[in-house]
Design a protein around this ligand. Sequence first.
Ligand code: ARG
Length: 576
Amino acid sequence: MVLQRYKLQIASHFVAQTGWTAEELANLMEVPPDRTLGDLALPCFKLAKTMRLAPPVIAQALAQDLQTCTIVHHAEATGGYLNVRLTRETVTTDTLVHLRSDDTVFQDARGAGQTVAIDLSSPNIAKPFSMGHLRSTVIGTALANLFETSGYKTVRINHLGDWGTQFGKIIVAYRTYGDEATVSANPITELNRLYVQFHEEANERPELDDAARAAFKRLEDGNEEDLTLWRYMIDVSMKEFEKTYRLLGTKFDYNLGESFYNDKMDAVVDELREKGLLEESDGAEVVQLGETMPPCLIRRSDGATLYPTRDLAAALYRARHFHADHLLYVVGGEQRLHFQQVFAVLRKMGYTFADACEHIAFGLMRMGGKKMSTRKGQIVRLQEVLDEAITRARAIIEEKNPHLQNADAVARAVGVGAVIFNDLKTYRLHDIDFTMDTALAFDGETGPYVQYAHARTCSILRKAGVLQAGPSVEGWVTSLPNTHAEDAVDDATWYLTLTLQGIEAIRVRAIEERDPSLVAKHALDIAQAFNRFYHDCPILTSDGELKAMRLALTDAVRVALLHAMTWLGIEAPSEI
Ligand code: ARG
């Protein structure tokens, strides 16, 4: 990482005098909170102990050592701190070289040979694809993309909710007060309405719940008539989900619904029994998890299996069949207990991979302050939100750039990108209150703002004659200047350089912390720094080396933003 390299280079000048290694000294160095003090600082307090000198004395002595260091413009002792100002021209050129030539900036091989199974999206059959599932889909996709930049093999699994008692309920509702014509005209809406109606009526008539349980049991026992209805529900739901996935650009390696594990659950139950973990409780079979957690329900008294049982079978499958080294579950925070229980049961079964299972939780998505629930029928369909975002993006584009070619495709990229970015810029555990205006504002902390900055870099490079018109081009389009003009690096240029430098560390941290918001925020930082640079520094009207340097920097911004947006699963049109 660039900054680390500078730290080491500077630190190497201090080794003789301090008796510390360059690595130890580099680890002490920090970026001063007040940038007017310098670009890097070395607090000398720890050195004082081994050198038996006062920190200000050490700081002063070390400042002398830096007189021959080419990347240091100026070093000064302030109290116990040594503040260092870097040579802006050298560092800017060096950063550009590093971004282009070092293949650890945008990718590396940290994860080579390791597999990450990612459970993402996983909507429920016969229910609309909600804004809630959007979070899982986009966070999961961004994480998978990021893991791949570090050489991990990823397996993206859509764990569709296609099994469970709710199907008993829908089947009963359909047979009691549904009718085929209405359902086939508008399948998902109608099936969801039947589900909502079932819950309302079951409040008054508890016998409906018994009928639903019996219907699900029949399904589990393979009743053909019920299975046909169930298959129909899967069919209509998948058609609808696929429309959404196409818009979002979501790809899965496997659609493995809960029902896929039906023939794998007896083995799990047997294994639990053999290992002496299964206990009876009110006729049901459970695994006790001690004082801190309620028992995990494995089988109901009528023999029907449950959500946790299916997750146990799925985890074993992922570990064995995909040889997953990490098992990630991108699922809302409300299922925390469920995953704690499932992972605890795996641990009790003696599986060490239980420690490689992680619940990647996230907060709620609210629309106008309301939580969404399919049971009460308050649901905002993602498809409607996306359609509206695209329509609005289309109107904004029409106003900004009425002659834009491919305006429909660009509007789709901007509208969808706005919705995705709005989600990803929020730290995943925080709740989101979605408002269309905020998500689409071209001058806010938004997807369109980042996309627009990227399109602006493309437009500048096009006008300079170095970028072809048309779709985004990966790879570098401008050559680096050989020398650089004195005083070419003003504050805006310098700030942009430092921000660009950060992308490597951010990418690595986002993977380690499973936090795509770091990338989204960094993309905003780059876009903001670039806009300031664009405002302060004429690019196309400058000359010679200065122009070459500014074009090279613009190109670096283009490539960095293109990568960041690709990781986030957002398109980067070259013209907006
Ligand atoms: N279908 C579930 C829901 O919408 C999410 C499934 C998450 N994945 C899992 N392996 N349990 O609540």
